[in-house]
Ligand binder design. Structure first.
Ligand SMILES: *Cc1c(COP(=O)(O)O)cnc(C)c1O
Length: 456
């Protein structure tokens, strides 16, 4: 009965927006293992990290004790331009599926970057500006992160240098132009601009690039330039921290209507949106206050949680970044070129890796043809053309809602709809033409890549 009172879209008041990010590590019993310095094999110091990252962000990266970290006013003002984001009750999808389940999605695609990435981009650019830096460098895969960062940098007057995975640079020219419109310079990676790029090009001529490789180039470009630091759009603790605005808003909105989710689902590339969405809920689990099921959804073509190993590995192909203990496919793993659905990173957030390892988080891998089928089904009834990445979460949300048809259970399912797919029409075209195929790496391929992880 109460349901009839729930609107299609739950918007929060500006006053209800979070004023602090939630740092889940403060409540985790088993903390993620520390980042290691690749040169010494010892935990990295704040000083060493400060060569690569902005000062304040290093503090956030290493902070395991403060549960709440205040969001500076300037960042909150920027958030107000496109937040709070709506939590939508998917009445139309429920009806179409004929499920007794109640489905909600938190939609992060309402800004030009088209995804949740702006939540962390503005924070990172803000701290860089605050430190008096000239600019930042970064990598981008599909282009959402680069776009988000270029928007944040334009707003704050910072220079922005983006290394874009070559295959995306060629397949997504419009993304590239959005970034340039916002004033960023965009270089296809691997490039001949950096030593890392030149080395990768000589070892793998004709490579279409990878995120790990673009990271190496961006880091090198930052440390060899005065007044520049490197910023990263996922994986790191600080990024997951900034993305907790997603989960905090979701929780406030649900609490407002007395709704308690049973299952919370998100797609997982490097793990930042999923980590941000589940953090406040996971915190309750950690403190023994509530119980939820959490599901991470990853592509079958890049299955770090479901088929990777939990070991220390390089965060980048060039092996110059700190080592992280995480679920990984090996830093040399590159998903098959026919993989169109994003989420291409070889590793997973150390926080999510630890949670998965300790049994708090489930993981599922899904084939891209099944993902696009779910995307299409969702788009036709809910009116939003979802990003392929987000559609991984849609796939599993639909699967779980269908299970409820069989069991008659009225489960409440919440999933993260991280963004829109307008720049992914080449992939949609492949799907519509029936030309999309699935490539699932063999055990041998994964083992070969994992064999190259460092031994400790
Ligand atoms: C980048 C991106 C993701 C994956 O990144 P995470 O760090 O795993 O959240 C998911 N969806 C969209 C739309 C993205 O742009």
């Amino acid at each position: 009965m109460k349901d009839t009172k729930i609107p299609y879209k739950i918007y929060l008041d500006e006053k209800e927006m979070p004023t602090a990010w939630y740092n889940l590590r403060a409540d985790m019993k088993n903390k993620p293992d520390p980042l290691l310095d690749p040169a010494t094999g010892k935990p990295v110091t704040a000083e060493a990290l400060g060569q690569v990252f902005c000062r304040e962000l290093v503090e956030q990266e290493l902070n395991e004790t403060d549960a709440y970290i205040p969001i500076p006013q300037e960042i909150r003002d920027f958030y107000r331009m496109y937040r709070p984001s709506p939590l939508v009750r998917a009445y139309c999808l429920e009806k179409k599926l004929g499920t007794p389940a109640k489905i909600y999605y938190k939609f992060e695609g309402n800004n030009t970057s088209g995804s949740h990435k702006l939540n962390s981009a503005i924070a990172q650019a803000y701290y860089a500006k605050n430190q008096g830096l000239v600019g930042v460098t970064t990598e981008t895969g599909a282009g959402q992160w680069g776009t988000a960062l270029s928007m944040a940098c334009a707003y704050l007057g910072l220079d922005c240098k983006v290394f874009m995975v070559k295959v995306s640079y060629e397949q997504k020219p419009h993304r590239r132009e959005v970034m340039r419109t916002y004033g960023a310079s965009v270089t296809p990676s691997p490039s001949t601009e950096t030593e890392a790029g030149r080395r990768i090009l000589s070892e793998h001529p004709g490579t279409t690039g990878s995120l790990g490789c673009a990271i190496s180039e961006a880091v090198e470009a930052a440390v060899t330039r005065e007044g520049y630091r490197y910023v990263l759009g996922s994986v790191l603790n600080q990024v997951l921290l900034h993305q907790t605005v997603i989960g905090l808003e979701t929780k406030t909105a649900l609490d407002k209507y007395g709704v308690k989710p049973d299952i919370i689902i998100g797609c997982a590339g490097g793990g930042s949106n999923l980590g941000g969405l589940i953090s406040p809920f996971m915190g309750e689990v950690m403190r023994g206050e509530a119980d939820y099921r959490f599901i991470a959804v990853e592509p079958a073509s890049c299955p770090s949680l479901t088929r990777g190993s939990y070991v220390y590995d390089y965060c980048d192909t060039g092996r110059i970044c700190p080592l992280a203990k995480m679920y990984t496919l090996g830093s040399s793993f590159i998903p098959a070129p026919n993989h169109a659905g994003g989420l291409r990173y070889h590793g997973m957030s150390p926080i999510l890796s630890q949670l998965y390892h300790d049994g708090y988080l489930e993981a599922r891998s899904v084939k891209q043809t099944d993902v696009f089928e779910a995307a299409e089904e969702f788009a036709r009834v809910e009116g939003i053309l979802p990003a392929p990445e987000s559609s991984h979460a849609i796939r599993v949300a639909i699967d779980e809602a269908k299970k409820c048809i069989e069991t008659g259970e009225e489960k409440t399912i919440v999933f993260g709809l991280t963004g829109t797919g307008y720049f992914d029409m080449t992939s949609y075209q492949k799907f519509n033409d029936g030309k999309m195929s699935d490539y699932i790496p063999t055990d041998e391929e994964i083992a070969a890549s994992l064999a190259l992880t460092p031994k400790f």
